[in-house]
Design a binder for this molecule. Structure first.
Ligand code: G3P
Length: 217
């Protein structure tokens, strides 16, 4: 499973990139707002740092507007994935971009039927939002499993990009189901390394090494 980092925070991306934990980046208007940066500048900086797909989201909601904005975003770098919302205009824009050979991430997916439509529109990525479904007491992981079944039934190549990931459990469950990609905030990705028994075991090894006076270099 590929790891995308869901942020527009350059320092956070750099830190994870140096740890080889970044296969790509996703942004959205809320994350751009949080960064306080100009969208075109910050996305260009991310594309310079990261080789994998970098999602930049359109803010227009009509087809023509999405096409104009998507083309502008795509000029930034070859690894841009144009992110469009799961609406009729968004699906139409998805088909246009995909026919032009662009990568497209269709976002705000909350149902299996929406994911089916995105695949038929040629999406490179579909972004089902797990956490936001959990927020309304619907199991977001069930949606990932349903989309996996549907895409495998028909051989759709659209990659399932599990989004709105809030917990380490979301990550491991997505991997078990077979999501192609997950995107999570930097804190969630860094938190995957944590286990209390690792901390406890390491403390014991360090103490014993000191007691025994072990020196290697
Ligand atoms: O990738 C989508 C993500 O940014 C949404 O996450 O936590 O705002 O639901 P969240």
């Amino acid at each position: 499973m590929k790891f995308f980092v869901d942020t527009a925070d350059i320092d956070a991306i750099r830190e994870l990139n140096d740890l080889n934990m970044v296969d790509g980046v996703t942004t959205n208007p809320s994350l751009i707002m949080k960064s306080g940066r100009d969208i075109l500048e910050v996305i260009a900086e991310i594309c310079d740092m990261v080789d994998g797909p970098v999602s930049g989201e359109v803010v227009a909601t009509d087809y023509e507007g999405m096409i104009a904005e998507g083309n502008k975003l795509a000029e930034i770098a070859p690894n841009i994935a144009i992110k469009v919302p799961l609406t009729l205009d968004g699906l139409r824009a998805c088909k246009t971009f995909s026919d032009d050979g662009r990568m497209v991430n269709v976002t705000l997916c909350f149902s299996a039927n929406q994911a089916l439509l995105a695949a038929k529109a040629g999406a490179t990525f579909i972004s089902p939002f797990i956490g936001r479904l959990d927020d309304i007491n619907i199991d977001g992981l069930d949606l990932i499993a349903d989309i996996r079944t549907i895409y495998d039934n028909y051989g759709f190549e659209t990659q399932i990009l599990a989004a709105s990931i809030r917990t380490a459990n979301h990550v491991s469950e997505c991997a078990k189901i077979g999501a192609d990609v997950m995107t999570a905030p930097p804190s969630v990705i860094k938190g995957l390394v944590n286990h209390p028994l690792t901390d406890k075991g390491l403390a014991a090894f360090v103490a014993d090494a000191q007691k025994a006076g072990i020196k290697i270099v």
